[in-house]
Design a protein around this ligand. Sequence first.
Ligand SMILES: Cc1ncc(C[n+]2csc(CCOP(=O)(O)OP(=O)(O)O)c2C)c(N)n1
Ligand SMILES: [Mg+2]
Length: 596
Amino acid sequence: MTDTATKTPERAAAEATPKIGSGSDAQAQPQEIDGFQLVIDALKLNGIDTIYGLPGIPITDLTRRAQANGMRVLAFRHEQNAGYAASIAGFLTQKPGICLTVSAPGFLNGLNALAHATVNCFPMILISGSSEREIVDLQQGDYEEMDQLAVAKPVAKAAYRVLHADDVGVGIARAIRAALSGRPGGVYLDLPARLFAQSIDAETGSKTLIKVVDPAPRQIPAPEAVTRALDLLRSAKRPVIVLGKGAAYAQADSDIRALVEKSGIPYLPMSMAKGLLPDTHEQCASAARSFVLPGADVVMLIGARLNWLLSHGKGKTWGGKSAKDWGGQKFIQVDISPQEADSNVRIDAPVVGDMRSCVAALLAGMGANWAKPPGEWLSAVGEKKNGNIAKMAETLAKNPSPMNFHSALNVVRDIIKANPDAILVNEGANALDFTRSIVDMYKPRKRIDVGTWGIMGVGMGYCVAAAVTTGQQVIAVEGDSAFGFSGMEVETICRYNLPVCVVIMNNNGVYKGTDVDPTGRDPAPTVFVKSARYEKLMEAFGGVGVMAATPSELRSAMEEAIRSRKPTLINAAIDERAGTESGRITSLNPAAKKKP
Ligand SMILES: Cc1ncc(C[n+]2csc(CCOP(=O)(O)OP(=O)(O)O)c2C)c(N)n1
Ligand SMILES: [Mg+2]
């Protein structure tokens, strides 16, 4: 093991400090710079100013020194939450979010978030300290021994290890490029303990650092691909546009809006693309989704993949007769990855490039006299949509006792309408699906949620990163199960005094709270302690906790949270019978059909 194992972190810091090259007082001898400082300098040189992590051997001093060097170092209670924070910081800022962990167990805790970042195309770098290479490779049983690079590779977009101080600059540069360029993703950077203590001549060291030039180069779509796509779109009788989170990530908001509006085509935003145009926009067809998808003849996907969330572009959702049947739509797919097209169904007009360049090219190609879609299609969509909105309004106006998802979310809907800059974090099953359909978003990148995997546990990590990177009020609508995955981070939220208001939709369990163990021995696997007082968790750390049994109690608690910007947790008591199994995706649940 390296000497880091035998030294206290304090001693290691004291010994390392005089060696800092940049920023320290001039000394008589040639100055040296160590691995810790090179990592910090390399990150700072590339405009990275925030680290989400959890200290311990061998990276404790890295966290201290980063903070001393002016970086924001946000320390979490579990690496997974730090990782999710880093991943969503990447999505919100277009800079790689940095998650910093210790070796093996800390690394593994962060790994889920790395995979999540890769799957969701969020730029993130997981930096983990690791143990002594020679001992790890001979499997001699080092402290926290693990071949982390090998473990990370299958779930990362790229994975690198730096062994020498003079390679730190290259290592960080490669990680940044890999995370940001092309389709963004999660990158793993392995930094063995011994690297941090290595010292090299400061001047030589500083010359090894790389400020990455143009880390996400534009990828201009081929003109003939743009023409082919526009020809197909022009020929459509019943077109629809689907906006995905790739479109939201691109920060090409005004061009995307202009494209949709110029086309006159009804559009559907995927969950995290909600708000790219306001959900109340007249072309928004969310409320008529089940009419628009099977009815469409041409579909233009912008930064949206035809994965399970779009039923793979086939089956009954798309008007096919069976699960594998194509509905017969023609597809235009605007995507950054040339490999995305034809992944599920035939793509008739792939447009490959970065979203910003593609949308600009499409917009230019549409010219001044683009004909809107046939009125028949628009009025059919409008009729369906207005009917469904009216039905929903009736449901939302009800005030049942106990409160249900609808009456509670009617309040959240009003609060977001009044505070359109607030960021909405959302996870759960029913708590997710109902919020997505009931709560309108008005601005881009204001809704962040469970993403491609429908993953539980992103909640509090997302809250921290959203508050820190944007400075905006954050509102988290959490299922009571979902909240449990990251609940301890309410301490983190209180520690950094972040403007986060967590609303727990407490229906006593996963999906609902009514299940029972048929043998009578234990609580059912889906059920929690009834009427749990989650708000006390927030109070334990100095935040505000409120129990809300009615919509009016929920409304005043949320208004107060926003007014005060204090960390607040509102425990909204929801009828435990209100939810459905798996929320909206019951059909994916093999057990649901043969329930006991
Ligand atoms: C990491 C992870 N583990 C488990 C699941 C399975 N799962 C989907 S939703 C859910 C929780 C749903 O309960 P809750 O958050 O209380 O929402 P509700 O439907 O009750 O509103 C679980 C455990 C998951 N999606 N992700
Ligand atoms: Mg629940």
